[in-house]
Write a protein of this length. Structure first.
Length: 150
């Protein structure tokens, strides 16, 4: 019984320590939510399980969040990733895309109208795919805390 109590105490302590390392207001994944600072306080958008990584636009108004849906893949099926384009001002999902590999590169355009997910180009406003893809000039900005998950 003592072993169980010490194990439980260690689990509680490590969870508290992990929470203390992520400051309130930091951009992060918490369970099945993408959490980000908003004008009033901290906001979050529920996306579902298996979130792994993200990329936030330089103006902090949009984000791409993705993860491999291991819990939804049947044996023998090819793995895929769920990718979400988010409008952080409105707190909503603009588009949900699945990709069979990657994503390896995600970028926002310099004029904040397009998003590139590997070779696919989407309109940032509504998530529709642009075909044929136009010239794409990626945004550049100084790094900031939470810009991406890397």
């Amino acid at each position: 019984m003592k072993y169980v109590s010490w194990a439980l105490l260690a689990l509680v302590a490590s969870t508290a320590a992990a929470c203390a390392q992520t400051p309130a207001g930091a951009i992060r994944i918490k369970g099945d939510h993408f959490v980000y600072p908003s004008q009033q306080a901290e906001a979050s958008i529920r996306l579902g399980p298996s979130l792994d990584a993200w990329n936030v636009s330089c103006d902090k108004r949009h984000a791409l969040v993705w993860g491999r849906a291991w819990d939804q893949i049947q044996p023998g099926d090819a793995p895929y990733s769920n990718l979400y384009l988010l409008d952080l001002d409105k707190g909503e999902i603009v588009a949900h895309v699945t990709v069979s590999s990657g994503p390896y590169e995600t970028e926002f355009s310099q004029d904040q109208t397009l998003v590139r997910i590997d070779e696919r180009i989407l309109r940032q406003a509504d998530g529709t795919e642009v075909d044929p893809p136009p010239a794409f000039y990626p945004e550049t900005c100084a790094p900031f805390a939470g810009k991406n998950s890397a």
